[in-house]
Design a protein around this ligand. Structure first.
Ligand code: SF4
Length: 503
């Protein structure tokens, strides 16, 4: 545990984020420190001496800043002071983060690949440079000087932002929307899963009831929007191919009856679990004119698949992929996770080699994120995380493998509690990128979500804000309260723009 003592709450979240980046997996316990750190203060170590690994004191006083880092025995590991602390909020934040970052680097004997950047969308920074006509070099220099980002991540971040800008060209983001359809069923539940997903062996009887509710929501949403404004459609979950062929056919037919799918620039269906993929389902999807699917191995090491609770073999992944190619899919994505329990760089090398032989059009590489609601989080002592250096090596290997496969990075985001505090990156052959992934990440287009657990995000560009409309997560509640879900949308959707009602 790390004890954090502050005399003011200013920037507490930023301090926590940097501490977590350096000391991944340690709990942080914050307390108020008296303005005079010598008196009136709670002394470090009180209430848990045996558990405290480090103490950080943050004192804003006399217009300056003082940071003191101590070990569990109260020995000073390092200090950092700024005689003048900026009053401007952003400048103050950058000043504090830089001082703390330098202190932690020295104490830990290492730097972080993303420097002081802890936000989830680092590409926003270079994107703002490009939007104002400034160059890639200027964006790189800003990341280097202001945030101490490593050269490798600068290259990644500026390249992704440039690709995003190119891909988004011609998309009227403010006058259009994308549609998300959630299918919250899976063959089994993965160790690291934090989605509201339901195992099919227990919930199979509810799938038809769920679809009836979903069809009702789709029909009602159709009456609330201008269907000519649809940019992309994405079916995720869960695992949409948990539906059988007949159910999938009915769902796609309902979508066709209510929306003009031909005008959508892209339609993706996640066929994530290879044990849910059959020739029959692939044919149904293909016959409805859908070209992009995602078959997600996560790893090609059997021992890891067994540990994470995916009850299929690595050969099943290859079989599902070959089947999809034979049915005629020309745009297949594959998702991987780096930093899975017990995996080394050699295991990742094996995964990348086998994926390389399959030659998908795109590959999405995630760093493992330990989500609060996952079984992994509840059993962390059984699955110690890989070191940051190891995950960094894996990420570097994935980038090299992507380049060798002719794939370029085109979208990027970070999450809290990621292995090695690193990132998720989507790589694709030019022209095969997933536009929906960029739109949802950039939060620059309204996303209408149907199904249990779906969150619609309505964009108000003039006010620079997003309004969220949430559906309930539980399948049972969704079925029982479908009219309420529809009413929520009816109440919150605006009455103009893409939300004009058209017959
Ligand atoms: S396939 Fe995805 S949604 Fe389904 S259990 Fe695994 S992580 Fe969760």
């Amino acid at each position: 545990m790390i004890e954090l003592f502050l005399n003011e709450e200013r920037y507490e979240n930023d301090i926590r984020a940097l501490l977590m980046a350096f000391y991944h997996g340690e709990k942080i316990f914050a307390r108020k420190l008296g303005t005079d750190a010598g008196e009136n203060s709670v002394k470090p170590g009180v209430g848990g001496e045996n558990l405290v690994s480090r103490t950080l004191e943050v004192v804003y006083a006399g217009g300056g800043l003082r940071l003191t880092l101590k070990d569990g025995d109260g020995q000073v590991l390092g200090e950092s002071c700024r005689a003048v602390f900026p009053s401007d909020h952003t400048e103050g934040k950058n000043c504090l983060k830089t001082a703390l970052y330098d202190l932690l680097c020295e104490a830990a004997g290492r730097t972080l690949p993303w420097g002081t950047l802890t936000g989830i969308r680092p590409t926003k920074l270079p994107m703002a440079f490009y939007d104002s006509g400034r160059s890639q070099e200027e964006a790189a220099e800003y990341l280097r000087q202001t945030y101490k980002v490593s050269e490798e991540k600068i290259r990644l971040c500026t390249q992704v932002a440039a690709n995003e800008k190119r891909i988004l060209e011609g998309v009227d983001k403010e006058r259009s929307f994308s549609l998300y359809i959630g299918i919250p069923f899976c063959p089994t539940i993965c160790l690291y899963c934090s989605f509201s997903s339901y195992p099919l062996n227990i919930w199979a009887k509810e799938v038809d009831h769920y679809l009836e509710a979903l069809f009702k929501e789709i029909r009602q949403v159709r009456s609330m929007v201008d269907k000519s404004c649809m940019t992309t459609v994405y079916m995720g979950g869960g695992t949409p191919t948990s539906l059988n062929g007949e159910q999938m056919d009915r769902l796609l037919s309902v979508l066709e009856e209510n929306f003009d799918l031909n005008i959508a620039r892209e339609f993706t269906i996640e066929a994530g679990r290879p044990d849910s993929v059959t020739q029959d389902k692939l044919r149904v999807i293909k016959n409805h004119g859908i070209e992009r699917i995602s078959i997600n191995p996560q790893t090609m090491n059997q021992k890891t698949l067994d540990v994470i609770g995916r009850r299929h073999t690595t050969e099943d992944v290859e079989r599902a992929f070959d089947m999809a190619r034979r049915v005629g899919f020309s745009n297949i994505n594959m998702d991987l996770i780096l930093g899975l329990p017990g995996e080394s760089s050699e295991d990742v090398a094996n995964t990348l080699e086998r994926i390389g032989k399959l030659a998908p059009e795109s590959m999405t590489v995630h760093s493992l994120a330990v989500k609060r609601a996952s079984r992994l989080n509840q059993n962390l002592e059984l699955y110690p995380p890989a070191s940051q250096e190891e995950v960094n090596r894996m990420i570097h290997m994935a980038w090299q493998a992507a380049e060798a496969m002719g794939l370029e990075p085109y979208y990027l985001y970070r999450q809290k509690n990621m292995a090695g505090n690193l990132e998720n990156v989507g790589y694709a052959k030019p022209g095969k990128e997933c536009l929906y992934n960029i739109l949802i990440m950039e939060e620059k287009q309204s996303i209408i979500a149907v199904g249990a657990g779906g969150t619609s995000k309505i964009l108000y560009p003039e006010e620079n804000r997003i309004e969220r409309v949430e559906n309930v997560k539980s399948v049972k509640d969704y079925i029982e309260r479908i009219d309420e879900m529809i009413e929520r949308k009816r109440q919150k959707f605006p009455k103009s723009g893409i939300f004009e009602k058209r017959a």
